[in-house]
Ligand binder design. Structure first.
Ligand SMILES: Cc1cc2nc3c(=O)[nH]c(=O)nc-3n(C[C@H](O)[C@H](O)[C@H](O)COP(=O)(O)OP(=O)(O)OC[C@H]3O[C@@H](n4cnc5c(N)ncnc54)[C@H](O)[C@@H]3O)c2cc1C
Length: 184
């Protein structure tokens, strides 16, 4: 994305790219994770929750667009959450999703041999192959592997032997590398 926008960038990776958690992920791209929205509306309000959904759904669309350029096994599928008993939580979640403008279908079967009471299906979600994806998008990028950032201070990132000055930094290390409030 940065390269496409002609922004001067460098990616520093302490090991090999793709060797972190991402290589083990299920790589399910979805706006929904368990019972999320009933609580979220209560915590941050309807309009912020809508913004969250739209950012997540747009991200799935970005992957879809990229899948016309690269082959990383992009497949559309549904997200289904289900409950084995008559769950009030599930009904509340359906109400919250509908309030947020998401189309939800009630389902009574899923593609697995599991007995359950009720399920909620959201369509147009997706899965990808994470390593194929990383391989496709990382070609011809300015990447330095085996380069650990040891400290970030005053717009300078320090590795063992180098200093990199920056205007903006994206720390995408899954777990924070800087032990300061707000970095987790
Ligand atoms: C079993 C499992 C299933 C999952 N399923 C899903 C799913 O279906 N959908 C979903 O959205 N999420 C899922 N997740 C979560 C998702 O995989 C992670 O949130 C995501 O992969 C994190 O990506 P990342 O790039 O932040 O971290 P990583 O892939 O871990 O990459 C971070 C990189 O930073 C490097 N690094 C660390 N410290 C430094 C440093 N000091 N200097 C330089 N480099 C450094 C590491 O070497 C690593 O390569 C799942 C996770 C697991 C474990």
């Amino acid at each position: 994305m940065l390269k496409k926008r002609n922004i001067d960038y460098v990616l520093l990776e302490e090991d090999r790219i793709g060797d972190g958690i991402s290589k083990n992920t299920t790589a399910f791209l979805t706006i929904n994770h368990d019972y999320l929205y009933n609580q979220m509306i209560g915590d941050i309000g309807l309009s912020k929750a809508k913004e969250y959904i739209s950012l997540n759904q747009n991200a799935i669309l970005e992957y879809k667009k990229l899948s016309s350029l690269y082959d990383f096994d992009f497949k559309e599928c549904s997200n289904i959450i289900f409950s084995s008993y008559d769950s009030e939580l599930l009904s509340k979640e359906k109400y919250a999703l509908e309030l947020l403008g998401v189309n939800v279908n009630e389902v009574d079967s899923i593609p697995l041999d599991i007995k359950f009471h009720k399920g909620l299906e959201i369509r147009s979600q997706a899965t990808i192959h994470p390593l194929k994806f990383i391989k496709c998008i990382s070609e011809n990028l300015n990447i330095y592997e085996h380069t650990r950032i040891e400290e970030v201070f005053n717009r300078i990132a320090y590795t063992k032997n180098h200093k990199i000055s920056f205007n903006k930094i994206v720390i995408a290390t899954n777990y924070p590398i800087i032990n300061r409030f707000g970095f987790y």
